[in-house]
Each structure stands twice: as C-alpha cells, then as structure tokens.
Write a new protein. Structure first.
Length: 279
C-alpha cells in the first residue's frame, strides 16, 4: 500500500505542477522560508493527516510538519490542526493536493463514522463499494477505514463478486457458482466469493455451496431479508445493499445481517472546508 500511495502522490503532483508552479517561481524568492497553519472550518472526523505528511515529505524532505491531531479524531470547526514550515515555494506547491485530499477524506470519514455509530448496537459492519473516484480509490477507502468502516474489495482482482450480469451471462446462478468453483480450483486461488441473489429461490439454490462465503441481497426490503435469514441453515454471512440510507439503515441493521454496503460513503459526499494559510 505504501508504494501505491507514493505513486498516487507522484502522479497527482505531476498533474498539478507539471513543469513548475509558475506563479510561485515568479513572485517568491526560492530561499524564502515561512510557516503555514492548517485550519478545519467545520466539525468533522479528520482524515488525511498521515497522507498529508507523506505529501510534504515527497515534495520537500526539509519541511517541518507538525499536526496536533491524528486521523480519526473529532475536530470542531475553526480549529487549527497543525503547521508546516520551511520553503514557501514548497508549501505553496503542495497546498492544493494536500487540501484536496484532506477535505475529501475527512468528508468520507465523517459520513462513514455517522453510519457506523448509527447502527453500532446491532454489530453490523459498514462496507464501502467500488463507486469511487478514478485514481483516488486508495485514499477514499483509507478514509472509510479511518471513519470506522470496512473496505469491500479494492478492485476486480481481490474478490469474486457474482452479480446479476454474471448470472445472466452464465445462464443461471448455479452455473455461475459452479463455473467459479472450477476456475478457482484450476488456478489454485483462495479468495473470497460473494454471490448476489435476487430472491429466496436463488438463495436456496446456492446456500449449500462451500465456496460461497457471503450472500449479497440487493434491493431487498427488510421484511424479505428476515425471511431469507430464517432459511440460512448454512450460516452464510449476509450483506445488504441498494437503497439503504440514513432514514432506513436501522431497519436493515435490525434484520440480523452482517454487513451493509453503501456507495454513498464515497460518491455522495461534500468536502469538508479545510484551509492552509501562510502566517
């Protein structure tokens, strides 16, 4: 993961800086030193602190970076959370990337934490999805973990997730699961297998397959999930998704599911207002 983060920072800096920060080069002496303070302007669960340190180090190892809070802490609005001192040109070079990351990661961590706390009495884990920003997934999923959530698969390579389109292409749900079983055995792969079912009939068809680790019930009503769980004689873990939000998540948590996955954690968030000011 460390190398992936480093690559992300490299590419993000290249996108933003290109051949150089022309404004800073034109207006500020390269020898000029100074200090900038980072402020959080609204209540949030802060995220991106460790990433911010890595960004600073990668831009200029001579910068001094001191943060007074850690990832996952609650921070109230108008709170100074840290400072960066050293080359003014370096600070301005990293400012936008650092703020973009912290603002979005803090928003995701805050939203995740809200849902985690909302259903905490029911021991249901909150999962993210692949509905992430291209090339920023690693940071968004990091933010979910900071907020107390659990990462779903990172990509198409680390988990089998048999959904409606796979089932349609395979002919039926049993064909899809049996084909998956053969493929994993032939290639000596040991990775989790999750299967989406559309109704109780499909669930009963696959619940006895040992290779299936988790059943995904998508767009089920809570009452239908309760009925399905009554038939879960093989004790498969159950994940619910689709149409779940703050107004109904408690009803889903009460059904006895193990996981709830929410695309909203990463694709419907408003960035937290965070600023970096030279003093």
């Amino acid at each position: 993961m460390q190398e992936d983060i480093k690559l992300f920072i490299t590419n993000a800096l290249l996108e933003d800086i290109g051949m150089g920060d022309i404004t800073s080069l034109a207006t500020i002496n390269k020898e000029q030193k100074g200090e900038a303070i980072c402020y959080v302007k609204e209540d949030c669960i802060i995220a991106g602190i460790e990433l911010a340190k890595l960004i600073c180090t990668q831009v200029d190892p001579l910068l001094t970076v001191l943060f007074e809070v850690e990832d996952g802490e609650f921070v109230s609005k108008n709170t100074p959370i840290g400072n960066i001192s050293g080359s003014i040109q370096s600070i301005l070079k990293l400012e936008r990337l650092l703020l973009n990351c912290m603002q979005r990661m803090s928003a995701i961590a805050t939203k995740t934490n809200y849902f985690v706390n909302l259903i905490a009495p029911y021991n249901v884990k909150v999962l993210d999805t692949r509905k992430t920003t291209p090339n920023f997934r690693i940071c968004e999923k990091w933010a979910v973990k900071i907020g107390g959530g659990v990462n779903h698969r990172f990509g198409l390579y680390d988990q089998v997730l048999i959904k409606d389109n796979h089932i349609k292409a395979a002919g039926d749900i049993k064909n899809a699961v049996e084909s998956c079983t053969e493929y994993l055995l032939e290639n000596q792969l040991q990775i989790p297998v999750v299967v989406e079912v559309k109704d109780l009939e499909e669930f009963n068809k696959i619940k006895n397959y040992e290779i299936v680790d988790r059943i995904l019930v998508d767009n089920f009503k809570p009452i239908d999930i309760i009925e399905l769980i009554k038939h879960n004689s093989t004790h498969k873990t159950i994940e619910a998704s689709g149409g779940i939000n703050a107004s109904n998540i408690l009803e889903y948590a009460k059904t006895g599911i193990d996981y709830v996955s929410l695309g909203d954690l990463t694709h419907h968030v408003n960035s937290i207002d965070i600023s970096l000011k030279i003093i």
